[in-house]
Design a protein around this ligand. Structure first.
Ligand SMILES: Nc1ncnc2c1ncn2[C@@H]1O[C@H](COP(=O)(O)OP(=O)(O)OP(=O)(O)O)[C@@H](O)[C@H]1O
Length: 514
């Protein structure tokens, strides 16, 4: 199965089992907007809980807030979003399709890599066993020519984008001969800047309505509350403020399912530190966040850091945590050392003093900030694609099993009476009633037991509890483990303890770098 086929299957599976639906689907959907279904919302909440508890409960110097989506419009002038939160946009005059100019160039660059791979495949076929890939890609004239063009395009792209040279971006698109994937023509408009913030009106027109923005990131809600939280919570530096909430970006090209959405959710933490100590904290959060990802057990080699060489003007260090999605290694989380840029800007634009008074040294200063910022939806896609497994069974059948870590699984246990009679449903219902105050459990009595197991595998339920005739005699049930499919007999009275231990976040937390 190709990675593309796998990705298509994931999307189909997420819909078929009630994890994700296209928004307003009966009206043919809304581009890059999605709804979470009955199981999706559970998985999403569990991901959020894993993040929230790891950040706030495990750190006595991190507290949470929940700021409003609407903020005073000056916030976005101060943060730089009004002036600079732009993407370069270009239209094809024939297809009337709109593209991100930098993405068109990136796609062209990716195509060069595909061309190289084609050359490699051809040569490998020709030379058979004797083929030496490393030698081939470093000496073959055709490959070297493609590589040189690719690298030159990459360098030029970085140069014109960094210089905000829109005419240069257009010139590069023309020079590379990039055509519109729809019309196949090179009939392009000029490149323009496009602001990614959504805006709307607040107040009635009679009152003198003013423009407000839907926040494009949650971080600013934290910065403007720095003094409120520091003072009322008597927080001492270093300390952090965490927040989970919706963010909105009018992405020009939204693709790859929930990877790039126009309405999404972020989990952000801003950590306020003494100037001069920020690199040490940056390193700390870099390690901590990576351990948070790896603790889920999907395989350490599927994650990597991508350290940024080119930094935003306000940052002095930045890295991304990347995960190997079916469409390649991509960013899931960003960790940024943002200096005192945000607090200083808000001090300037609001005219308020935003500083921290250090009682020990007797000095006041503007704290520096190290930020960790992760998208809930992107993390959802990461977990979903890592968990999706197709397996051939010994009896020749196939099963799709979602190998969610038990703590994240939407349904923790399914309780299944072997037959719909002889008092078995009553015993099963009683077990459900015992467990349901602490866990999301499902009762299912329809179809054969094998079919019911398959259904629970497909939604990633870690435990199936089967009630049979023996249960009536000795108060025991069979539990079947999702991954190993092993079964064992346990006492009904032991079930709450078993489920509790299985779904606890503790084993994950034990793996975190402290
Ligand atoms: N349009 C989006 N849809 C879903 N998640 C997003 C989107 N934009 C950002 N995120 C998430 O928020 C996190 C932090 O946002 P940040 O502004 O650092 O992203 P970014 O660098 O602009 O992302 P990208 O380069 O992918 O556009 C990202 O790592 C990602 O997980």
């Amino acid at each position: 199965m190709t990675q593309e086929e796998l990705f298509k299957k994931l999307i189909a599976h997420s819909k078929e089992y009630g994890f994700i639906f296209p928004s307003s689907e009966i009206y043919d959907g809304l581009s890059a907007v999605y709804d979470y279904g009955q199981l999706g919302v559970e998985l999403k909440n569990n991901i959020k809980r894993y993040w929230w508890d790891a950040m706030t409960k495990l750190h006595d110097n991190i507290v949470g807030i929940d700021a409003a989506i609407f903020m005073h419009p000056k916030t976005w002038e101060a943060s730089g979003h009004v002036g600079a939160f732009n993407d370069p946009l270009i239209d094809n005059k024939d297809s009337k399709k709109r593209y991100r100019a930098d993405v068109l160039i990136e796609d062209w660059i990716a195509k060069q890599d595909e061309k190289i791979e084609k050359e490699v495949a051809k040569a490998a076929k020709r030379f058979g066993e004797a083929f030496d890939r490393e030698q081939f890609v470093t000496t073959n004239a055709r490959v070297l020519e493609i590589k040189a063009k690719r690298d030159a395009a990459h360098e030029k792209m970085t140069e014109v984008l960094n210089a905000n040279d829109l005419a240069g971006v257009k010139a590069l698109i023309e020079e590379l001969g990039i055509v519109c994937p729809i019309s196949g023509t090179k009939n392009w408009t000029d490149v323009r800047q496009f602001n990614l913030m959504f805006s709307t009106q607040m107040g009635s027109t009679a009152d003198g309505a003013s423009i407000v923005y839907l926040r494009p990131e949650t971080a600013q809600g934290i910065f403007v509350n720095f003094l409120n939280v520091q003072k009322t919570g008597r927080m001492k530096i270093p300390f952090g403020i965490a927040q989970i909430g919706k963010a909105f970006r009018n992405e020009i090209v939204a693709r790859q399912f929930i990877f790039r959405m126009r309405e999404f959710e972020q989990m952000e933490m801003q950590f306020f530190v003494k100037p001069g100590t920020e690199m040490q904290w940056f390193e700390h959060w870099r390690q901590f966040r990576m351990s948070w990802h790896r603790a889920l057990g999907f395989g350490d080699d599927r994650y990597r850091f991508h350290d940024h060489e080119k930094l935003a003007h306000y940052a002095n260090a930045a890295t991304d945590v990347e995960y190997e999605f079916p469409f390649g290694f991509k960013e899931v989380e960003g960790i940024h050392s943002r200096t005192d840029f945000d607090l200083s800007q808000h001090a300037k634009f609001s005219g308020k003093k935003i500083q921290y008074f250090d009682t020990e040294s007797g000095e006041s200063y503007t704290p520096y900030v190290v930020e960790t910022s992760i998208g809930v939806d992107r993390m959802f896609l990461q977990v979903f694609s890592a968990a999706y497994t197709e397996e051939k069974l010994e009896n020749g059948e196939e099963r799709v099993v979602m190998r969610f870590p038990a703590a994240l699984a939407p349904v923790k246990a399914a309780v299944l009476p072997l037959v719909k009679k002889d008092g078995l449903p009553e015993v099963a219902r009683k077990i459900v009633n015992d467990l349901k105050f602490d866990h999301y459990v499902q009762y299912d009595e329809k179809d054969s037991i094998g079919k019911r197991y398959r259904r629970q595998d497909a939604i990633g339920t870690p435990l199936c509890i089967t009630v049979d005739h023996q249960s009536l005699e000795d108060g025991t049930v069979t539990i079947r483990h999702r991954d190993s499919m092993q079964q064992e007999r346990v006492k009904i009275a032991e079930l709450p303890g078993i489920v509790h231990d299985m779904v606890s976040l503790r084993p994950l937390f034990a793996k975190l770098v402290r």
